[in-house]
Structures are given as structure tokens and as C-alpha cells.
Write a protein that binds this ligand. Sequence first.
Ligand SMILES: O=C([C@H](O)CO)[C@H](O)[C@H](O)COP(=O)(O)O
Length: 205
Amino acid sequence: MKLQLALDRLTREECLRIVKETEQEIDLIEVGTGVIKEYGMAIVREIKKIYPNKTIVADMKTCDAGGHEAKQAFEAGADIVTVMAFSSDLTIKDTMKVAEEYRKQAMVDLLEVSSRDRMQQLENIGVNLVSLHVGKDKQQEGNFDTELFSLVKGFEFEVTVAGGINLDTLPDIIQKKPDTVIVGSAITKASNPQQIASEMKRLID
Ligand SMILES: O=C([C@H](O)CO)[C@H](O)[C@H](O)COP(=O)(O)O
């Protein structure tokens, strides 16, 4: 199981500091959507340049123009781009096609999708990497509910999971054996990000 650090609602300097502090504990670095909106592909390029051996996820949250946006992120050095599950199949297919051309990956974000029929459609078009995700705003309604895993049960997807995960909720999530746990605020807003990342990595291992 891997640990992915999500960089959201941070300045460029905060992103660089937190990654530096936690680099030994984390497997993947996610450049968050808001950070990309603030700094564009430049920050993806910069982080990949500093950490060429880390897997860089550009959380583009693409919902249209999939091929174009995937190309932008891969050209900047991203290894994985995100595309929304509620998008047109054509958007997802174009994103995956570009990912294949670059020998990279597309991750389909299941935010606000609750239909197993949609999971079947995603499998049919060749999706293999998905993200079970409770959005930042939705987190006001409560902690990550592991019942969400039932959405992907029985499918062959590689599964990542995100949504306000912290040291209290992590043990139950680990029981569900996702391939990757994505953690943002619990690490980035901590007074000692390295300590939290280290405790999480120890639980995951
Ligand atoms: O994708 C994310 C969210 O939609 C904000 O853009 C986050 O990266 C993801 O939810 C992980 O962050 P936390 O929820 O703060 O752990």
C-alpha cells in the first residue's frame, strides 16, 4: 500500500517545504487542483525536476478536453493525471489514449459518482485506476465512510482513496486494502507534517 501526499490550498513555498519534510515517508506527490490553478504547469514541472524519482500526480480533475489537458500535464512531467468519472466516455478515453502514448497513467476520480453501472461502463472502456473520493466540501458532513468501498467491490480496478483521511480514520481504511491512500490536510496542516506522515507510513506498512 502506498502513501500519496496531496498538496492543496498551499503556496508554492509551502508545497516545497512540506514535500522536503516528508519525502522519505511518501510514495507519490499530488499537485492539487487549486495549486495547479494558482501556478499552472510550472509547479508540476518544478516539483518533478526536484523529485525526478517520485511519481507525480497532477490533480487536473479534467472533465472535458481530456486529451489536451493530459498532454499539458505529461509534458510538464506528471506521471498520473486525474479525470472525472462523470465526464463523457470520450473525455476519459482521450485522456487514457494520451496517457498510453506518454507511457503514463490516467486516474479516474469517482467524486460524487455512486452508480455501480457507471463502474461497469468505466471497466468496459478500459479504466484500470480509480480514486474513491469524498470531496473537501462534502467532508463537512462527516468522516470518510468505508462503505464507499462497496462501489468498486468485484471490479479489477487499482483503487486509491481520498477525502479527509487522518490518523483516526486510517486504520479502518487500511482494512479495506486500497492500493494507495491519499492524504492532504492531515499532513499539510499539521504542526509537524513529517511526524504525521511517518506515523501514517508505519500504519500502512
Ligand atoms: O482532491 C482533493 C480535494 O478534492 C481538494 O482538491 C484532495 O487532494 C484530497 O481530498 C485529499 O486531501 P484531504 O481531503 O485534505 O486529505
